[in-house]
Design a protein around this ligand. Structure first.
Ligand SMILES: *Cc1c(COP(=O)(O)O)cnc(C)c1O
Length: 372
């Protein structure tokens, strides 16, 4: 089935007891035992499983073409469950430009507990090869990566990881299941912050891990979901399911809008650089054209001058909202270096855009007046 059909139907069924067409929000924390002590209806306690969460997990599994999925209360909790599956002495290879919260977990939480980490330029597969050790258990990819939207060759890096028996995970949040399918390219696990495109309306936090096969790291992630309890609420699961129904149409429209905004910015005299994989000038363009079905709704641009010039542009926009996060229906603008703090490698003149579902002409007019 195609993604539009999966987005509407995957995991869902008409409720057999009432005929309800929309997925029910099951709030029960505990479920009745059979007279013989069993749980023939499949649920025992809501931290372990819940019917609404089960529907979301089945939907995410099918959207990514996996065999199983585990949903979490945030993208960060999903990431943490993967790292928590490691033991002291295990080695991880991760991108230097991973999501700042992922870098923080590795540096501040897991490295002090004995997990060894090498940060590499993930877009250069030879650097991944050089970083591998016999103890490498996990190669973490994030593509396209924030905020320069660098593109990593998922198939190539997965092959390299498998050469030493390591698991390859792709944080595919910025692409969503609409634009790339990491499991089909050879990754073992896909991670999503469902807070972004899957939820899609800036009103729910969530995360998920989808697996190509049962067992291995995923079996431990599934066990940790219940053991550590970072589970999403039933209503949050319902909101993500509701968002997913329109996901393919939103992401396609956002990609078209972003392409138009990128082309406008690339021709503006006050703009020093535009970072968008859809532009032929982007270093990852050819790979993105192969690996993705469109180039996505995220882009960044550098205002000539520096921090103050960028801040002045962000202060003047009217339609874009100055806020972090991405993937919602409304367009957002953000001075990334401010969010990432003093250690950031992000250029001070850089502004990140999450392009929403407004008319592209209105977005371009707003940026034109803000750039002056
Ligand atoms: C937002 C984000 C996360 C973290 O997700 P939260 O839901 O904010 O915890 C992880 N990776 C990427 C690429 C993200 O954009």
């Amino acid at each position: 089935m195609r993604i539009e059909t999966l987005a509407v139907h995957a995991g869902r069924h008409v409720d057999p007891s009432t005929g309800a067409v929309a997925v029910p929000v099951h709030l029960a924390t505990t479920f009745e035992r059979d007279p013989d002590g069993g749980y023939s209806r499949g649920h025992l306690y809501a931290r372990n499983s819940n019917p609404t969460r089960e529907t979301l997990e089945a939907c995410l599994r099918d959207l990514e073409g996996g065999v199983a999925a585990a949903a979490f209360g945030s993208g960060t909790a999903a990431t943490a469950a993967v790292f928590q599956s490691l033991v002291p002495g295990d080695h991880v290879v991760a991108p230097m430009d991973a999501y700042h919260g992922t870098l923080r977990q590795l540096r501040e939480v897991f490295a002090p507990r004995g997990v060894e980490v090498s940060f590499v330029e993930m877009t250069d597969p030879s650097m991944v090869e050089t970083a591998l050790r016999p103890s490498t258990r996990l190669v973490w990819i994030e593509t396209p990566s924030n905020p320069l939207w660098k593109v990593t060759d998922i198939a190539r890096v997965a092959e390299i990881a498998h050469g030493v028996g390591a698991t390859c995970l792709c944080d595919s949040t910025a692409a969503s299941p609409v634009l790339q399918r990491p499991l089909a390219l050879g990754a073992d696990l896909v991670m999503h912050a469902t807070t972004k495109y899957l939820g899609g309306h800036s009103d729910v936090m969530g995360g998920a891990i989808v697996a190509a096969a049962e067992g291995g790291v995923f079996a431990r992630v599934r066990a940790l979901q219940a053991a550590l309890g970072a589970v999403p609420s039933p209503f949050d699961c319902w909101l993500v399911l509701r968002g997913i129904q329109t996901l393919p149409w939103r992401v396609r429209a956002q990609s078209e809008n972003a392409a138009r905004v990128a082309a406008f910015l690339a021709g503006h005299p006050r703009v020093a650089a535009v970072h968008y994989p859809g532009l032929a000038s982007h270093p990852g363009h050819a790979l993105a054209a192969r690996q993705m079905s469109a180039f996505g709704g995220m882009l960044s641009f550098q205002v000539r001058g520096g921090r103050d010039d960028a801040m002045a542009v962000a202060a003047k926009v009217r339609l874009f909202t100055r806020a972090t996060s991405f993937g919602g229906t409304e367009s957002l603008i953000e001075h990334r270096a401010s969010v990432e703090g003093p250690e950031t490698r992000t250029p001070q003149g850089l502004l990140r855009l999450s392009v929403g579902l407004e008319h592209a002409d209105d977005l371009i007019e707003d940026l034109a007046q803000a750039l002056g």
